[in-house]
Design a protein around this ligand. Structure first.
Ligand SMILES: Nc1ncnc2c1ncn2[C@@H]1O[C@H](COP(=O)(O)OP(=O)(O)OP(=O)(O)O)[C@@H](O)[C@H]1O
Length: 477
């Protein structure tokens, strides 16, 4: 277009570089021309401009089938009958409603193959400059999580996206519970990978978190059992492909439970640090927790629902109803240290989103004054510590809607002894958009470090200490 015949037939949108627009600049030398000139082009589809960082991949397109996934993938501007003409196809992130992403495509037709190769090479060069993108991933697939569709979800929805992005993946389909955890802890050659991907639900994610954190501490000689030790942060990111029953961590971090959306977040190298709690008993590490630590009602629901896995996702409804009807109350003392330097509060109106200023400000951990232990005694229906909102499709705002993903605090939610009706009102608020905690018997407090001491048998753990860690476990989201 600068010198008569266009080198390449593409739609060009040049505007002032607003943040949606990326103009790629490249100098080409044409044999017939003695001067270099600059091609300015943006990868354009309709009126959208796509930044290079949101390009999934590029490939030469002639002779290629346009129907890789009917109704989903192809968004080709040129007519398919031109597909034998030299052309290249750029796949990029298309944004849909409710935080969902799609892999969209645009095909550019070129005058000759050499120009086509040049464009493909140029775009690939640009992509290779994006250092936050993973190139090699270790993928664990739980074939039994949720509706037992983990394997199909990976093969049909995720693998094609990875292959477009030229990401190589070593896939392990788990054969038993804790297979992924044990493999990560002992055998996996972690140096060969840029990240670990979990295809499963929250339980599977928890396995991977435990495997990765334990491996990192073992390699660094850190004693995980000691609450005094500072954990060494894991260098690998964890990507979550939702294939479980609730997929709360995926929902709370991405905003949708959609495998293609998550795969695309992994491809473009998005990352989100998450706070990690370690739970100790008698100087022994019990668990790490990244979402909800529940004693009383939620602990009972989870314990009971684990025995009813055969029911699939419906087990949560069944166990929830059963536990609600029993209406157990637990007497005890809860002591906690309030966080003082935290910018966030459980009653914040501002929700934690990507680039959240509270989480950015609070690295490292907010300070605590260890002399100001707060103590609450009494009978409780539920004692919860939420390190994130715990939002999921059933509870769109979650248990603690304003909890931050990585501000170094956890929200302590104490539900005191109350009538079944009042507790039901509290639970119902989890499923709608009302204020989740504004009930007389619910106390919510943002704290950093808490010790929960239950005094009533038959609870197994009569003295738990919960330490908030700031290990930067990052979900590939
Ligand atoms: N091959 C396997 N056979 C049996 N259990 C497995 C296998 N692989 C993993 N698991 C276990 O299955 C449990 C549940 O898996 P997952 O979290 O994927 O699904 P879910 O419980 O249905 O979903 P959610 O946790 O979101 O409710 C995990 O705790 C994991 O340890």
């Amino acid at each position: 277009w600068l010198h008569g015949d266009p080198l390449i037939q593409i739609q060009i949108i040049i505007n002032d570089c607003d943040q949606n627009c990326f103009i790629m600049t490249r100098t080409f030398r044409r044999c017939s021309d003695e001067i270099d000139y600059v091609l300015l082009a943006c990868v354009a589809a309709g009126s959208h401009c796509v930044p290079v960082c949101e390009i999934v991949g590029v490939q030469e397109a002639a002779g290629r089938s346009q129907k890789s996934e009917p109704g989903r993938w192809p968004r080709v501007l040129q007519k398919p009958d031109k597909s034998q003409q030299p052309a290249f196809t750029v796949s990029y992130v298309g944004r849909g409603r409710q935080h969902r992403w799609r892999c969209s495509e645009v095909t550019f037709h070129c005058a000759d193959w050499s120009t086509c190769h040049q464009w493909v090479q140029t775009i690939q060069e640009q992509l290779s400059l994006l250092t936050n993108r993973p190139k090699r991933l270790l993928v664990y697939v739980n074939p039994f999580g949720g509706k037992q569709r983990g394997r199909q979800i990976y093969e049909q929805k995720v693998a094609p996206v990875f292959s477009r992005a030229a990401i190589s993946a070593d896939v392990i389909v788990t054969e038993r519970a804790n297979h992924a955890r044990d493999h990560l802890k002992t055998e996996a050659e972690l140096k060969e990978y840029d990240g670990v991907v979990c295809v499963g639900g929250d339980g599977m994610f928890s396995e991977i978190v435990h495997g990765l954190i334990s491996r990192t501490q073992l390699d660094s000689g850190v004693d995980q059992d000691s609450p005094e030790e500072t954990l060494v942060p894991c260098s690998l990111r964890i990507g979550i492909i939702p294939a479980g029953s609730t997929d709360c961590i995926c929902y709370a971090t991405v905003g949708a439970n959609d495998p293609v959306t998550s795969a695309l977040h992994i491809v473009v190298g998005d990352c989100q640090p998450l706070d990690v709690c370690s739970v100790h008993h008698d100087d022994a590490l019990l668990r790490y927790s990244l979402s909800l630590l529940g004693y009383g009602f939620y602990g009972d629901v989870l314990t009971d629902s684990e025995k009813k896995r055969w029911m699939g996702p419906a087990r949560y409804d069944f166990s929830g109803l059963k536990t609600f009807l029993t209406h157990h109350q637990y007497e005890g003392t809860v002591s906690y240290l309030p966080a003082t330097g935290s910018v966030g509060s459980p009653r914040d109106r501002m929700k934690c989103r990507s680039g959240c200023h509270v989480c950015q400000h609070n690295s490292p951990l907010p300070s605590v004054d260890s002399d100001v232990w707060q103590v609450v005694r009494g009978k409780f229906v539920a004692i919860n510590a939420a390190s994130m909102s715990c939002a999921c499709p059933r509870s769109p705002k979650g248990l603690s809607p304003s909890a931050h993903l990585s501000d170094g605090t956890t929200d302590l939610i104490l539900v005191r002894k109350c009538s079944r009706l009042d507790f039901l009102r509290h639970l119902l608020r989890h499923t709608n958009k009302d204020d989740q905690v504004h009930l007389p018997d619910v106390l919510i407090q943002s704290d950093l470090q808490s010790v929960v001491t239950g005094t009533v048998p038959p609870r197994r753990h009569s003295g738990l200490s919960v330490l908030l860690r700031d290990t930067m476990v990052v979900s590939g989201v």
